[in-house]
Design a protein around this ligand. Structure first.
Ligand code: CTP
Length: 394
């Protein structure tokens, strides 16, 4: 069904103003003819056969220059190949080389879509900033498998989603941060009490990784200082892995020396053990108390030696958010703070979305809708760039 819908997706994309190149996989060509795809795209299509033709360019690299790649009727197989970096056919090789946005439109049976292997592959791709539309609830049509997750999005929805993604950040990945150095902190810190126990928090690091990836895609030189997280190391980004707040403090301050923009998304532990034990502590019968001492505030330290840098912080509040965040921005000398309410739905630790309010030290604020963390990163960097330009023209 997905392949059969492909020509009408192409027509919709062209109506929406896209110039479209088509890569037809071997499997797609079992269902739809090259002629109907060529007619719908208005130009010759690319296949594994054309990939190996004698030609002056490497076809996958030429195709990968697209502003957006839309995988219509994405199969579990192609998801797996993309998530694992395989390049055994033209579609996979192109996906390994793309710089623009990627929108997956899966169509598959619910059992396959919810299998942990497929879910993990989709998650890997999401972590890289790829977008997903569906699969949706509804009848499968000719597959006769009844209703459930699995139906591919309709052609007009696909065209609208592609357009929306490009609008979100202007033309895909304009290198508007080229020449700028950016430091991002991400994840939690661990404050060891003894060699095997620590105090920490559930920060997933996803927000910071999204900022780092988005900044890199827009041309910035990025250093990511990360606490322990369960995310793949992003390619092309200088990654400094740390554990404790003291280590993060040293790494961020060092990297920030050459940076124009510093974004502190890390959930830095406010306290550490005053005297961590060098040997494992055996349990004792009664209550114990731990003596904690405050950690240095990294953002505030950067704020004290601000220079021309743009400083961005995050804050979590449960009440009087804007007022408290504005005071926090003033206190730490940050240019703005993204405030979220951990108690609100859709903003919990570890999710893929975030609903934040941008708060400036003067108390002005903008409430953003619930967005993917990558989209929050896009808007954050738009604002940071604007502040940077104001600093440099002031
Ligand atoms: N931050 C930091 N160093 C710390 C603690 C926090 O750089 N030791 C940064 C965080 O990365 C974040 C911002 O400061 O950008 C959060 O400030 P914080 O004062 O910790 O605010 P909350 O986490 O909201 O907590 P509280 O209101 O208790 O201070």
């Amino acid at each position: 069904m997905a392949a059969v819908k492909a020509p009408s997706v192409l027509r919709r994309l062209r109506e929406a103003g896209f110039e479209v190149d088509v890569i037809a996989t071997r499997a797609a060509l079992e269902f739809v003819t090259p002629l109907s795809l060529t007619a719908a795209a208005g130009r010759e299509i690319a296949t594994d056969a054309t990939w190996f033709e004698a030609r002056p360019d490497a076809q996958h690299l030429t195709l990968a220059r697209a502003d957006i790649s839309v995988i219509v009727g994405a199969s579990a197989d192609l998801l797996a190949r993309a998530a694992h970096g395989l390049a055994s056919d033209l579609a996979s090789a192109t996906l390994l080389s793309v710089r623009g946005k990627v929108l997956w439109v899966p169509a598959m049976n619910e059992k396959m879509w919810t299998h942990p292997a497929v879910a993990a592959n989709a998650q890997t791709l999401k972590n890289w900033g790829h977008h997903f539309l569906g699969p949706q609830h509804g009848a499968f049509g000719t597959l006769g498998e009844g209703a459930g997750v699995g139906r591919m999005a309709e052609p007009e929805e696909i065209a609208a989603a592609a357009l929306e993604l490009l609008k979100a950040s202007g033309p895909a990945h304009t290198p508007d941060l080229k020449g700028l150095s950016l430091v991002v902190s991400a994840g939690p810190t661990r404050e060891y009490l003894d060699p095997v126990r620590f105090i920490s928090n559930p920060s997933s690091g996803k927000m910071g990784y999204a900022v780092a990836l988005e900044a890199q895609a827009r041309g910035a030189a990025v250093t990511l200082v990360s606490g322990p997280v369960n995310l793949p190391d992003p390619a092309g980004i200088t990654l400094v892995k740390v554990e404790s707040a003291l280590e993060m403090h040293a790494a961020v301050l060092e990297a920030a020396q050459d940076a124009e923009i510093v974004v502190m998304t890390a959930a830095v532990a406010d306290y550490r053990a005053a005297t961590p034990k060098t040997e494992k502590e055996a349990k004792t019968a009664g209550e114990v108390s731990i003596h904690l001492t405050p950690n240095p505030d990294i953002l505030a330290a950067l704020g004290r030696e601000k220079g021309g840098r743009v400083l961005v912080g995050f804050a979590m509040e449960t009440h009087a958010g804007v007022e408290r965040a504005a005071l926090k921005a003033q206190r730490k000398n940050a240019d703005f703070i993204l405030l979220n309410y951990p108690t609100q739905q859709g903003t919990s630790f570890g999710g893929d979305d975030n609903q934040v309010t941008l708060v400036r030290p003067n108390g002005s604020f903008e409430e953003w809708p619930r967005l993917s963390k990558r989209e929050v990163a896009t808007r954050l960097l738009d604002e940071a760039l604007q502040v940077y330009m104001q600093h440099s023209t002031a």
